[in-house]
Design a binder for this molecule. Structure first.
Ligand SMILES: Cc1ncc(COP(=O)(O)O)c(C=O)c1O
Length: 477
């Protein structure tokens, strides 16, 4: 590294500022152009890059343009979810205006912990727009770092509603319980852990043939628990499970929540944007009855991480769970401080990227993006059905996850074969898919949440599965 001094403070880019911005902008433009189409293989870190990433802490300044070059080398040799054939886990897609919003927001570095004037007003507006988009009657909500934190925030409100004063007193004298499907995301268990409910008190309710929570089993469990003196804190409906994209029957669960006087939270971190789309809207019937909802804008609303939202029907429930008085936190007149409704203190301006996405593209473009991903899931399901050696789940995908596996004859151990196939696909680099275990068996689990994915990318996915699936050495073990 050179010791090309920076001026004037040593922490300003000084004379190199224009060049650094232009240099970065060129790389961003190159990346966006590249992301338009899939690349045929992955770029692996070069030996020089590996060495660079072991270098000790630099004591002196270096040329910023050269350091930006290194940063881009790292990015290019990383798994970017923005690429159109990234089908693993639940990806995001680095929406261009979202990335620009992040650059602007981070440059101004506004803190949304307390009233930040216009930025706070924009966050209110983004909450309202999101509620309108999802047809959910909320006036209050906040942007958080992810579905995990949104779920914890909502369930902290549920805990305070079920057990008023529990945030101060603790839970020593009560036995709280939480209800979700056996395929709910782990963040629900984590919420139970950190909120003192306890992971052992999470009731994993059986699922039906479509992998949705069974309301009859839920009711049975509630009746039994109440009889034993437990206090149900919340029912959590998953609107798009992480494993298969199943949407729990929200309306029926809302009926049970009403009957037992229990909070209903909808974890729609992944799937909820599909509630805004004609073809899938019916799956979410009853959503407006939920006390709180989670939606990750950094999943299926295409903006870059981290941008989740928690919305509640009654804003006072958040205040009851989080409001507090501290000497360093002013509460003058009508002053609004987000720390009184959120888990976090320092909070970046996450709302800006969703706001800019809605403002630039319009809600209809976001709806179209979600609808297209659902069509691609149906296309994959259909294409897989044309191959005898490919197995899919019995029912059509509810949203945009399509588990599939190779079950070729001559394959002594299909689980090992599908694991090997997944690893071979990741090494091959044309498509990127993650494995998952469903009912004890190994599946490939492609998920479509990227606005850049084209139907041809779906066809390539099937071609690669067929090509590598017939070659994998485990076939002939
Ligand atoms: C249904 C569901 N809930 C919660 C989460 C956690 O979200 P995050 O990773 O943003 O914390 C996920 C993540 O995939 C999810 O699928």
């Amino acid at each position: 590294m050179t010791d090309d001094a920076l001026e004037p403070s040593g922490l300003s880019l000084g004379a190199q500022r224009d060049a650094a911005l232009e240099h970065t902008a060129q790389y961003v433009l190159r990346a966006w152009n590249e992301f338009d189409r899939a690349r045929e293989s992955e770029t692996l870190p070069s030996p020089e890059l590996v060495e660079l990433l072991k270098a000790p802490l630099p004591e002196h300044a270096s040329n910023v343009l050269a350091m930006i070059d290194h940063a881009v080398e790292v990015l290019d040799a990383s798994l970017a979810q923005s690429r159109p054939r990234y089908f693993a886990f639940i990806g995001s897609s680095g929406l261009e205006v979202g990335a620009l919003a992040d650059l602007l927001a981070h440059s101004y570095d506004i803190n949304l912990a307390v009233d930040a004037r216009a930025a706070t007003q924009l966050e209110f507006q983004a909450v309202h727009w999101l509620a309108q988009f999802l047809e959910y009657p909320a006036h209050t909500g906040a942007f958080t770092s992810g579905g995990t934190i949104s779920n914890i925030t909502a369930l902290a409100s549920a805990r305070e509603a079920a057990l008023p004063g529990a945030r101060h007193r603790g839970l020593a004298d009560v036995r709280p319980t939480l209800y979700c499907s056996s395929e709910a995301h782990y963040s629900i268990t984590r919420a139970a852990e950190v909120l003192g409910i306890g992971a052992d008190n999470v009731r994993a309710i059986e699922i039906d043939g479509d992998r949705r929570m069974r309301p009859d089993r839920l009711r049975e469990r509630l009746v039994a628990d109440v009889a034993l003196g437990h206090t149900p804190v919340a029912i959590v409906a998953t609107a798009g499970t992480t494993l298969t994209g199943a949407v729990d029957p929200i309306d029926e669960l809302a009926e049970i929540a009403k009957e037992f006087g229990v909070w209903l939270h909808v974890d729609g971190a992944y799937g909820l944007p599909a509630a805004a789309v004609g073809e899938t809207r019916d799956l979410f019937r009853g959503l407006a009855r939920a006390d709180s909802i989670t939606v990750d804008c950094h999943k299926w609303m295409f903006v870059p991480k981290a941008c989740s939202a928690v919305l509640v029907r009654d804003g006072a429930t958040l205040t009851r769970a989080f409001a507090h008085d501290e000497a360093y936190m002013p509460h003058e007149g009508e002053q609004f401080n987000a720390v009184d409704i959120t888990l976090e203190y320092s909070r970046p301006f996450r709302a800006l990227k969703l706001w800019l996405a809605f403002a630039t593209h319009g809600a209809s473009a976001l709806r179209d993006g979600v609808a297209r991903n659902c069509e691609q899931a149906r296309l994959l399901y259909h294409l897989a059905g044309e191959h005898e050696s490919l197995e899919t789940l019995a029912s059509q995908p509810q949203l945009s996850i399509v588990p599939l596996r190779v079950s070729a004859s001559g394959c002594a151990d299909p689980d090992r074969h599908n694991e090997a196939l997944c690893a071979a696909m990741q090494a091959d680099g044309r498509v990127y898919v993650s494995p998952a275990t469903i009912d004890g068996r190994t599946w490939l689990r492609p998920c479509f949440t990227n606005f850049r994915t084209r139907d041809d990318d779906v066809r390539v996915l099937v071609e690669v599965v067929m090509e590598l699936g017939s070659r994998c050495s485990t076939l002939h073990d």
